[in-house]
Write a new protein. Sequence first.
Length: 293
Amino acid sequence: MRLPPLKAVRAFEAVCRHGSILGAAKELGVVRGAVRQQLAILESYFGEKLFEREGRKLAATPKAVRFAEVSNTALTMLERAAAEFAGGEHRRIRLGVPSAFAIWWLMPRLATMQSALGVVDVDIVPMSVVEPLSLHPELDTVIMGGEYRPATGVTAVKFMEDEFGPVATPDIAQRIAGDPALMVEMTALVSRSAPTLWQEWFAESATEPVVFRRKQEFEDLLLALGAARSGVGVVLAPRAAIEDDLQRNVLAAPYGFVRRPAGYSLSCRNADAKTPVFTALRDWLVQSGISTQ
């Protein structure tokens, strides 16, 4: 079968990823009219519309969404293959990691990870909002927490279980210990990157939901944890991100922790799953995750 025009596919994939022609045009360094022209070429090739108008926005059809996912994978593979061809055996991979997880779990182990991967350089990209790999063609692999959902063209390997629970300074934890209903007088600290975490904890811990006296939101878990350390209120946190705080008695967990079934997973594109680089990274994460349990 004759392949569709690569330039048109690239423009189409960019529009789907950005959700707008303007965003795609900025990425590709062209005017919007050039993007529209490429979309018209691709629609002519397939003989059907790729987008439907929803008010002032364009929405990809279900068939177009599936094609965009495959296109993203194919373009990323082509880009990576070209980089490998030009750079020889030396490799650099970009690893997206939740910010808190990167600082409190991954970075202290960076030297041993680098040793396990040999000549491969790993760029750690902290993510305040953790999104699937399919939305980040600039990344080679992503570490996902409990929010991971399977995606087309992506392989995920669970490397560590995790627990989560409410934490606060020891004095606040002592005041509310024994009865979660006592949290009603506290300030709930919420990360916008995981806005439903409190609801999930109440459900998974079989605890009666509490209507907090006050709720304060932060852009990511790092800021929410900082507020908890200063005594502002109570925050829900993964144990892996605060183990050091617990050991140094900076934070305390008045109700313990609930184990999350999803844990942490390393996700990569299917084409990369069996390459030596990703195999080495996966094996190191699995071994390191087991040793922290």
